[in-house]
Design a protein around this ligand. Structure first.
Ligand SMILES: NC(=O)c1ccc[n+]([C@@H]2O[C@H](COP(=O)([O-])OP(=O)(O)OC[C@H]3O[C@@H](n4cnc5c(N)ncnc54)[C@H](O)[C@@H]3O)[C@@H](O)[C@H]2O)c1
Ligand SMILES: O=C(O)C[C@H](O)C(=O)O
Length: 315
């Protein structure tokens, strides 16, 4: 059986850690790419990671490079290239710099791996994934963004901490954009099969939702030099796994919604079936009035961000 080829563009914190999780799970052979100015850094990280394989017991070839030719014919390409935010910044403050970076990366990805599935991680996520689809001209099913798996994992972690139970028993869903307007779905949250509202008061639930919404900023405030990477990389690796193993995971991703949820042609976090070829299906839920209003607010924020990006890029 042929191993999957996974290229990761941007060999910084999220990129290198995604390579680590993907290699440890034997998801395929990995190419870690960064800009020429970083010289041999991607090679160094790749070799270091390879040397952990006899200890950890995984078979995966990992190479580091500054040359897109090495990424040729990848099955999955993860884009983590771009600046992370610093304390006091919002993700949207990265728009101008990262839109240019993601555009140039997407152009190279389309040239060297015209049949791949792209997972965008760079922020501000919902605008970056829209730009990647535009530049590559790929069908929307093959371009998606990582946000919901991470945001949901944060929400699940805080719920498990509050209830003193295993994270494994907490099942949940968050929708909307990857920003302060993300939409938690208490009606889709349960612990060991028990609806969350039977276990937690509304006040406690609201506080947990608020912490999950601000989960990225909480880590930025603690790290001071950049943003989260262990959990974001684990979330990305889970998406890579779903694609290369055609697992058909039902998980939240930033997916292109046109008629779906009445979004009208933008990327936003929704539950999808993720497998071979990318997004196999967008799962449309009946939202209650509050969820509808919150989701619309989040979609409006994404639309504003994309409009700002278009203005920046077009002059
Ligand atoms: N979607 C999410 O949930 C999520 C989570 C965490 C981080 N992020 C975002 O991911 C991005 C990366 O975060 P990080 O912590 O790894 O940052 P980092 O600074 O550690 O790494 C970024 C890497 O991108 C490289 N890079 C810059 N321009 C490039 C280009 N044109 N081509 C290839 N590589 C290029 C840099 O040299 C650097 O090595 C940031 O934008 C961050 O906000 C998103
Ligand atoms: O918060 C950030 O800037 C990084 C990422 O989007 C996160 O949620 O951790």
């Amino acid at each position: 059986m042929r191993r999957a080829k996974i290229s990761i563009i941007g060999a910084g914190n999220v990129g290198a850690t995604t390579a680590h999780w993907c290699a440890a799970a034997e998801l395929g052979d990995i190419v870690l790419l960064d800009i020429p100015q970083t010289e041999d850094m991607p090679k160094g990280k790749a070799l270091d990671l390879m040397q952990s394989s006899p200890i950890m017991g995984f078979d995966s070839t990992i190479i580091g490079t500054n040359d897109y030719a090495d990424t040729k014919d990848s099955d999955v390409v993860v884009i983590t290239a771009g600046l992370p935010r610093k304390p006091g910044m919002s993700r949207d403050d990265l728009l101008a710099t990262n839109a240019k970076i993601v555009s140039s990366v997407a152009e190279q990805v389309a040239k060297y791996s015209p049949n791949c599935v792209i997972i965008v991680v760079s922020n501000p996520l919902d605008a970056m994934v829209q730009q990647a689809m535009k530049v590559t001209g790929f069908p929307p099913a093959r371009v998606l963004g990582q946000a919901g798996v991470l945001d949901t994992a944060r929400y699940r972690t805080f719920l498990a901490m509050e209830l003193g139970v295993s994270v494994e028993d907490v099942s949940a869903l968050l929708m909307g954009g990857h920003g302060d307007t993300m939409v938690p779905m208490p009606t889709c949250t349960s612990v060991g099969g028990i609806p969350i509202r039977r276990l937690l008061s509304q006040d406690k639930l609201d506080a947990i939702v608020d912490r999950a919404r601000k989960g990225g900023a909480e880590i930025v405030g603690l790290l001071k030099t950049g943003s989260a990477y262990y959990a974001p990389a684990a979330a990305t690796a889970q998406m890579v796994e779903a694609i290369v193993k055609d697992k058909k995971r039902l998980i939240p991703c930033a997916a292109y919604c046109d008629k779906e949820y009445g979004v009208g042609g933008f990327y936003v976090g929704v539950p999808v079936v993720l497998g071979e070829g990318g997004v196999q299906k967008i799962v449309e839920l009946e939202l209650d009035d509050q969820e509808k209003a919150d989701f619309q607010k989040s979609v409006d924020a994404v639309k504003e961000l994309v409009a700002a990006m278009t203005k920046l890029l077009e002059g």
